[in-house]
Ligand binder design. Structure first.
Ligand code: ZN
Ligand code: ZN
Ligand code: ZN
Length: 283
């Protein structure tokens, strides 16, 4: 226990009355409020992403913005083990049609080629326990929609299975491989991943995301964010870091901290490091 002499105590009280200190404390309180607000905005943003990710049609995002997780799965923000698939599926030139496979490995040859050829944006990202996907069927020149919003059961890509060596896929014989491919199940692949994400969003305690009165981000925020960063050639406006090879490294900051104002003049493209200096609590 510490005993303070009367005169020391008096000095302390006087110190608290000291004007500059009062100012600092006032400012600290404002920063704290702002921090809580920013944290809440982040949570709403993540919850919205999850809502789209876990819907049947998935999240409309360029797979260039995803990352590889430690085990080689597709990762976006906090969500691991995501699935990439093509929503608009075209007829072949010879008049035949087959359903394109879905992908689970970040470094799958098909996804890598799509990234290199610059047509990675035709992939959508989802996480669902159901093997059904929402697709559109298009003519071979993509000019005509033959059927839209068809629920289709797609198969897993074999390159993916071998890329991540799913259930030892690349080391077993042909018959065994065929069995692993045929019996692929999302329940099994995801394990606890899907439920873990549901729990995470629940823990945010956001009553109803859709009716949340802080509908801060515009509906097409992903598009705005992508276009803005593209207009800056994927370079951090603070330190000049080139993020064009790793696009998710570049984030978009709202200068006035109000995401409802997403006009370009209020935006700033910042790499994760520079962004986290503005919001120190973020990663
Ligand atoms: Zn694949
Ligand atoms: Zn930077
Ligand atoms: Zn920011």
């Amino acid at each position: 226990m510490i005993f303070l002499k009367q005169e020391v105590l008096m000095k302390l009280i006087n110190f608290l009355e000291f004007e500059p200190l009062k100012d600092i404390m006032e400012k600290m309180k404002i920063d704290k409020d702002e921090e809580i607000e920013i944290e809440r905005i982040e949570k709403i943003k993540i919850a919205r992403i999850w809502k789209e990710l876990s819907s049947l049609s998935g999240l409309d995002i360029d797979i260039n913005e995803t990352d590889s997780s430690e085990k080689g799965y597709i990762k976006y923000k906090e969500f691991d083990k995501l699935v990439a698939y093509i929503r608009d599926q075209k007829y072949n030139k010879d008049g035949t049609f087959f359903l394109r496979k879905f992908h689970i490995a970040y470094n799958c040859q098909i996804l890598s080629d799509a990234r290199k050829e610059g047509n990675a944006s035709r992939f959508k990202i989802v996480q669902n326990k159901s093997p059904e996907f929402l697709i559109n069927i298009l003519s071979n020149d993509a000019q005509k929609i033959i059927k839209s919003n068809v629920k289709a059961k797609l198969d897993v890509c074999k390159y993916c299975l071998s890329t991540i060596n799913y259930k030892n896929y690349s080391r077993v014989g042909k018959n065994e491989r065929e069995k692993i491919w045929e019996n692929f199940s999302f329940e099994e692949f995801l394990g606890t991943e899907f439920d873990k994400n549901e729990e995470l969003i629940k823990s945010y305690n956001l009553d109803d995301i859709e009716n949340d009165k802080i509908r801060l981000y515009p509906e097409n925020w992903n598009e705005i964010s992508h276009n803005y960063r593209n207009s800056k050639k994927w370079v951090c406006e603070e330190c000049g870091k080139d993020c064009s090879k790793n696009k998710s490294e570049l984030e978009v900051h709202h200068i006035d901290h109000d995401p409802s104002n997403s006009e370009f003049y209020n935006l700033k493209a910042l790499c994760r490091t520079c962004h986290s200096k503005i919001h120190p609590h973020m990663e």
